[in-house]
Each structure stands twice: as structure tokens, then as C-alpha cells.
Design a binder for this molecule. Structure first.
Ligand SMILES: *Cc1c(COP(=O)(O)O)cnc(C)c1O
Length: 453
């Protein structure tokens, strides 16, 4: 234990009933006024079936739903809650900021402090601009790359998710993977035509695309280490190849660290894999952890590129709530709380949970594979290496579905899709970890019962 937690240690009931009446009632009410009853598609449980749990409160590693049931949280808001829910230091910072006003529409000091914190952690990032979501960060990074190069084509990789930006929705992972949609309706053909989608980890495909259209390509955008098709780290040399090929053709390289930033290490994936011999990516995008659970995200990079942004340059970008004083206070307190002890605890917790899951699935005879990016991991329900989206799609999603519900009924809330990383926090204490380990054997047997069907 490196981080104190205040969650009470009473063990939850060994198994909850499959139905969740209070969540069901809320879900029905929600569906009258919110499309599909949710504000982000993966929350609807479509990939696993059943009723999404409406969470009433959360503390440390625990979620409590509307029926009063407790779950060890392995979503952690898809990454931001790296210190655990309602961490006292973050709560104090948020409360203190809120008592001094919610939003000013003027510059304020917290924005500067958060920008300084990010710049101090990721060497190639000299300046950042704060925005409200990862989507906004990647959207603007693309606009900046197009403005800087006077070119329009964007290269992305299949299975990489960069938010719901029109040009980036082709072959995206995450919720899109779950729904098996090749694309989204409402994205004009003209936007898709400006996007080249390549298989991840495939240097030959990259070189071929640049050989054919290199002088039209503004940028390559990649997840620093993909986590939205499950965790599929770059093969050795892949990131360097991206740098070499983009540079040779005068295109920019955007490293999307919205998920990996400040999670894989204090400097994100860059801190693990960089610095690169051939040079750093030109632009980076951040979100999730740096907002501490509030809407805050950022993009940044070299000073000469960032100077092209409004008001100093011709590339327009703005935001009524950007750099919000409460959100930046939460983000700053979260980043400052991400100490070496926190990263050490994340390692311990993820090793224990991934190891336990792998042991239980092996004992039950379920083909599976755990993949890592630092302490970020996911469990694929297939036993061959996953280096691309096609590999990821070859997994047994029926086995995952049975596994997911068996875990849920034993008080462990996994991400409701086989294509997502499992997120832990430093507040996952030994009691929470043991609760997960205790649930695994029966869940693995439930997966085995449908495996290969
Ligand atoms: C979550 C995510 C985004 C989108 O961020 P939002 O805040 O949901 O808009 C973009 N890129 C990556 C790699 C992500 O994981």
C-alpha cells in the first residue's frame, strides 16, 4: 500500500442478481430523453448486453450503483481517475477553486501552472494550448498540421481512435470497434477522401502510401501506444519509422497521448520509448489523466508550430470554457499527485490483476493474451500476438461477454467491451485487488462455457 484509501473494507455480497432494478428504471427514463440512454455509446452495454449500471457515487477504487451495489472499478473513467475516485487532494483543489468562481472568460493562473506542468514533463513539448476534450485536441492538431504544411491529407491507422473528429472516424477503434461500424454516417465523403487508413505496425504500407501521395500528406496521427483496440504497443522501430518517413516527405507527426499521457509514465508513452534517435513527434495531444476527471485536454509541441495558432498565427482555435479554473485545478492536483509511489503502485496493481486474470483463464482453458504499454494492459480473448486491428478483431467476443457479466455479478466492473484497456488506479488497495482475484476463477469458467461457440 502506497496510497491511503478511505473506502470501507466490508466485503460486498458474493454475487449480485443479474437484474439491477434501480439502474433499469433509470435506463428506461434515460432512453426517453437521451439517444440510447447514454452520452457516450460504449456506456450502453451494447457489446455485452444487459443493463448499464448507473453509478451514484465513487470513492477510491469502488463504484456504488443506484441499487446500492459496490464494484471494484476497472474503468476509472477510461483513464482519468489514476489516483482513485474523489481523491482528497484533488477534491480539496477543486473545492478551493470553485469557491473562487467557476469560469472567468479571462486568463487565470491555474492555466499557466497546468501548462508548465505538462511542458516540464514531456521534453519535445514547448508550448501547449488547453482545450476541453481529447477530440478537440486532435481536431485542432490536425488543423494546425494542415495549416503548417498547406496540405490536406491525413494518415491514420486502423484501430486507432482519436475522438470523433470527422476525418479521423475511418476505421477507428473504441466504441466504433464495439459496434463494428466501418465508418460513421454524417461524415462527408470529402472528409473521408482526405484520410488514408493504414494497418498499424506496417512500415511497408506506410512507405507505399508516402511513395504514392507523399506531397499531399499533411500529417500522420497515431496513438502513441494504441489502447483503443485493446493495448497494441508499437513494434520496436515503428515509431522511429513514422518519424523517418514523415520527415523525408515534409509531413508532420502527431503523437496522440490522450490515453497514455501521464499514465504509462510521468511523461506518458514518450517517457518509456523516447527520446527517439530520429527526432521527436512534432505535436502531441493529451487528455484523460491531465483533466483529473474534469473536461480538460491539450495539444502542444514545438514553439514554431504552436506560434501558427491564433492569436499569433493564422490557424484559428478558441474555447469559451478552455482552461476552466476548476478543471485545471483538478488536472494540476492530479498530475502533482502522480508521484513515483503512485506509478509503482499502478505497476503492482496491474501486474496482480492481469496475472490473476491470465492464471484464471489458463486454468479454465480459455485462449487469451495479455498485452502491455507500461502499466496499461488489456486482455485479448485469443492466444496469438495482436499487432494490428485485424488481429484484435479475431478475438472471441462471446467469451468476453460471458466473462464480463460474471465479473459484474461478483462486484467487478470491467470496461463493457473486449476492445478496451482495463484501467486501474493507485487507490486500488489490497482489499480491492483481492476482490478482483476472488471473482476471476468463476468468470473464467463462464467464459470457458461459451468459448469458441
Ligand atoms: C479518449 C481518446 C480520445 C478522445 O478524447 P475525448 O476526451 O473522449 O474526446 C482521443 N484519442 C485517444 C487516444 C483517446 O484514448
Amino acid at each position: 500500500m502506497t496510497t491511503p484509501v478511505t473506502s470501507d473494507q466490508t466485503a460486498p455480497a458474493p454475487s449480485y442478481p443479474m437484474d439491477a432494478p434501480a439502474s433499469q428504471a433509470l435506463f428506461e427514463r434515460a432512453q426517453q430523453v437521451i439517444p440510447g440512454g447514454v452520452n457516450s455509446p460504449v456506456r450502453a452495454f451494447r457489446a455485452v448486453g444487459g443493463t448499464p449500471r448507473f453509478v451514484a457515487s465513487a470513492q477510491g477504487p469502488w463504484l456504488t450503483d443506484a441499487d446500492g451495489r459496490r464494484y471494484v472499478d476497472l474503468i476509472c473513467s477510461w483513464g482519468p481517475m489514476i489516483l482513485g475516485h474523489a481523491h482528497p487532494d484533488v477534491l480539496a483543489a477543486v473545492t478551493d477553486a470553485a469557491t473562487r468562481g467557476f469560469s472567468f472568460g479571462t486568463p487565470s493562473e491555474n492555466e499557466v501552472a497546468l501548462a508548465e506542468e505538462i511542458v516540464s514533463r514531456v521534453d519535445p513539448v514547448e508550448e501547449v494550448r488547453l482545450v476541453n476534450s481529447g477530440t478537440e485536441a486532435t481536431m485542432t492538431a490536425i488543423r494546425l498540421a494542415r495549416g503548417a504544411t498547406n496540405r490536406s491529407v491525413v494518415v491514420k491507422f486502423a484501430g486507432c481512435y482519436h475522438g470523433h473528429v470527422d476525418a479521423l472516424l475511418a476505421a477507428a477503434g473504441s466504441g466504433i470497434a464495439t459496434f463494428g461500424l466501418p465508418d460513421s454516417a454524417g461524415v462527408p465523403a470529402s472528409a473521408a477522401a482526405e484520410t488514408i487508413v493504414l494497418p498499424y505496425n506496417d512500415v511497408a504500407a506506410l512507405e507505399a502510401a508516402f511513395a504514392a501521395r507523399g506531397d499531399e500528406i499533411a500529417c500522420v496521427i497515431t496513438e502513441a501506444s494504441p489502447g483503443n483496440m485493446g493495448v497494441v504497443p508499437p513494434l520496436p522501430g515503428f515509431t522511429e519509422a513514422l518519424r523517418r518517413v514523415t520527415r523525408a516527405h515534409g509531413a508532420l507527426l502527431i503523437s496522440d497521448e490522450v490515453m497514455t499521457g501521464f499514465r504509462c509514465s510521468r511523461s506518458g508513452w514518450y517517457g518509456l520509448e523516447g527520446p527517439y534517435d530520429g527526432g521527436a513527434p512534432d505535436l502531441f495531444t493529451f487528455g484523460k489523466v491531465m483533466g483529473g476527471g474534469f473536461p480538460a485536454a491539450a495539444f502542444g509541441g514545438r514553439r514554431d508550430l504552436m506560434a501558427l495558432l491564433s492569436p499569433t498565427g493564422p490557424v484559428y482555435q478558441a474555447g469559451t470554457l478552455s482552461g476552466n479554473p476548476v478543471a485545471t485545478a483538478a488536472g494540476l492536483a492530479t498530475l502533482r499527485g502522480c508521484t513515483d509511489e503512485v506509478y509503482a503502485r499502478l505497476d503492482v496493481v496491474s501486474q496482480a490483476i492481469a496475472g490473476g486474470a491470465s492464471d484464471a483463464l489458463a486454468a479454465a482453458g480459455v485462449p487469451h493474451r495479455v498485452q502491455w504499454a507500461g502499466s496499461m494492459f488489456s486482455v485479448f480473448f485469443r492466444d496469438a500476438p495482436v499487432t494490428s486491428y485485424d488481429d484484435a478483431k479475431a478475438q472471441d467476443t462471446e467469451a468476453f461477454r460471458a466473462f464480463f457479466h460474471a465479473m459484474l455479478s461478483r462486484g467487478v466492473h470491467l470496461p463493457p467491451s473486449a476492445y478496451e484497456a482495463w484501467f486501474v488506479s493507485a487507490s486500488h488497495d489490497d482489499a480491492a485487488v483481492e476482490h478482483v482475484l476472488a471473482a476471476l476463477p468463476e468468470a473464467a469458467r463462464a467464459a470457458a462455457a461459451v468459448s469458441g461457440s
